[in-house]
Design a protein around this ligand. Sequence first.
Ligand code: GLY
Length: 326
Amino acid sequence: MKRRKFIERSSLTGIGIVFSSTVINASPLQNFNQKQMNKFPITIATWNFPNASKRAGELLSQGANALDAVEQGVMVEEADIRNTTVGKGGAPDRDGNVTLDACIMSASGNAGAVVYLKHTSKAASVARKVMEETPHVMLAGEGADLFAIQQGFEKEELFTESSKADYQEWLKKKEYKPIINIENHDTIGMLCIDKNGDLAGACTSSGLSYKINGRVGDSPIIGSGLFLDNEIGGAVATGMGEAIMKSVGSFLIVELMRQGKSPQEACEEAINRIIKANPNTYKEFQAAFIAINKKGEIGSHCIQKGFSYVKYQADKNENILSSYNF
Ligand code: GLY
């Protein structure tokens, strides 16, 4: 890092030409052999959302950077009204409000987030605007919606006829026990490594179905729903946001990878901590992580059987069942 800073400064002061080959060598790929580099680009995403991973993967293959790819990738699910836990068509809270949470993180370590967004389905894109166009990291509620409109996002109705019908059914029983692996839930978290070996990630969700009005989960929380360090790797989460937030799971995984654990070992440790912290309730909810390191090694672990993730690499989508505890 220090070395890279020195080199960047050197080129600004005019001696960069002398070091031009050094500048290239100083990228995060400098320690990689050709075999590792051939793994890139890679996209991984929570659950089986093949259209989203394909979109991101194809963009990466065409030379897009990881940030553009991850934003465009998750947007596929944000727009898909059949997905009731992300973007337009997401299930509402108990009072009938559809509210979206999202965050995004770039290779430079920059981050943006939105919570309780009500009028725009492109939550991850609004989060990117927060990151790039404001001095802040997170905007919430009315202010987030106003900001989105000011940034040119179209005002949309997020509550679809189908979600309204489901909500009317829910009102008859008002049961507040999420259906594991369905309502609890399909948040899309995506990590991309581009051809240059740079990482970006996004996490976007309508949150827990029939949550209390105002509830925000882990998805927009940097460190919980998503974290990455371009020198180490990244992690994203899905499942019960409350448990994930209390464990700061994605940050934990990246730090464990920094200490030498593989992505798989790090995901297992993060899930074990959630189980340990919730001894009486962990069987009643799902929590899952996926992670990737800078070598392109991938890991995934969850509490309950049934979570899978999708990997797009070398023009191919693969849905992979995660390891699990129970
Ligand atoms: N994992 C998303 C949420 O709990 O809202």
